[in-house]
Design a protein around this ligand. Structure first.
Ligand code: HEM
Length: 343
């Protein structure tokens, strides 16, 4: 009797874990669209190249989608869904509101792909291809991506708010979070190197400039010359949507980010902590000295991040912002299926 109860509890726990996230790459493969949409990858790259020309930061903003999509119920394009009267999407979740941007670049890719091969290429896969392209086009490594994801039928603002880390997070908490996704300490440090491109708001650093850990003082890890620059960029009464560069070369994907961390010039607390904590410091030093080690580890990390899959039903959306229209009876079946599967 007691054993049966233990077995049932273990089984339920297992089902719970499987429901949260399935870490698998079984259905994903390179060249997934080679027959159904041979121009898929070149189309994505062309749109990204134009976006880079129009507004250099936009490619970094698109690359960030991979992190914010894949950590929340797997890489399923859920982050791209707009709110509906019955569903709060992830765009207004804590880490995303006033922050995630350049959704229109994904729209442009999708439009081009719907013209070339309607109903074939998922929005979830567009994020994966476009993120790779953002890196390759700004001087970083280029790699083959595994494709074949489906788009979610729903999104979860709560999951996103609960999961995505704040810029205040320290290395220990980041290690714990990444471990839940089978991502190692090395993956964490390498993937944080994505902050080699792009910008962040003053909002994300006010606490570390003026009240680190409630001390009423700045973070002591910030280099004093850099701190003077940050104080000037983000004075106490600043419009907190004002932005600063995440590293000294914000449109070039290189290992400058790690050099900056070694020099105490990391922008976010979650960046600088990677150098102040002993578990992560070694990798920061290694990547700051050897760019090819960084690139190698970054590609591995991005592939692992992209392999996080949802086990929920999916589709290929026609428009990345909304799920496809379906007859009422199928919609209610979908709803029932979703509620059975939801965690
Ligand atoms: C390790 C944990 C991470 C934390 C705590 C974090 C946090 C942040 C924050 C706070 C910002 C600026 C938001 C703002 O002020 O509006 C940001 C920007 C950015 N993040 Fe992360 N991030 C992390 C990991 C990642 C990963 C894994 C990726 C990509 C794979 C990524 C890609 C980016 C990019 C490219 C930007 C700049 C976006 C832009 O310019 O619009 N981050 N991140």
């Amino acid at each position: 009797m007691f054993q049966d109860k233990t077995k049932i509890t273990m089984l339920m726990f297992l089902i719970f874990i499987i429901n949260i996230i399935i870490v698998t790459s079984t259905d994903l493969r390179p060249g997934y669209y080679s027959k159904t949409c041979p121009q898929a990858e070149t189309t994505v790259r062309d749109v990204m190249r134009n976006a880079l020309k129009k507004e250099p930061r936009s490619v970094a903003s698109v690359m960030r989608f991979q992190f914010h999509d894949c950590f929340v119920n797997g890489c399923d394009g859920s982050v791209l869904l707009d709110d509906t009267p019955t569903m709060l999407g992830e765009k207004l979740a804590l880490s995303n509101i006033n922050s995630l941007r350049s959704f229109e670049v994904v729209d442009e890719v999708k439009e081009a792909l719907e013209k070339a091969c309607p109903g074939v290429v998922s929005c979830a896969d567009i994020i994966i291809m476009a993120s790779r392209d953002a890196v390759a086009l700004t001087g970083g490594p280029d790699w083959e991506v595994r494709l074949g994801r489906l788009d979610s039928l729903t999104a979860s603002q709560d999951n996103s708010s609960n999961i995505m880390p704040s810029p205040r997070t320290n290395a220990t908490a980041l290690i714990t979070l990444f471990q839940k996704y089978n991502l190692s300490v090395k993956d964490l440090v390498a993937l944080s190197g994505s902050h080699s491109i792009g910008k962040a708001r003053c909002f994300s650093i006010m606490f570390r400039l003026y009240n680190q850990s409630g001390s009423g003082k700045p973070d002591p890890a910030i280099d004093h010359v850099f701190r003077a620059e940050l104080d000037k960029l983000c004075p106490r009464d600043v419009d907190q949507n004002k932005t600063g560069n995440l590293d000294a070369t914000p449109v070039i994907f290189d290992n400058q980010y790690f050099k900056d961390l070694v020099g105490g010039r990391g922008f976010l607390n979650s960046d600088q902590t990677l150098f102040t904590f002993p578990q992560t410091k070694g990798f920061v030093s290694l990547f700051s000295e050897d760019q090819s080690e960084f690139f190698k580890a970054f590609v591995e990390g991005m592939l692992k991040l992209g392999d996080l899959q949802s086990d929920k039903p999916g589709e290929v959306r026609k428009n990345c912002r909304v799920v496809n229209a379906r007859p009422a009876h199928i919609m209610s079946e979908d709803k029932m299926k979703n509620s059975d599967l939801s965690v």
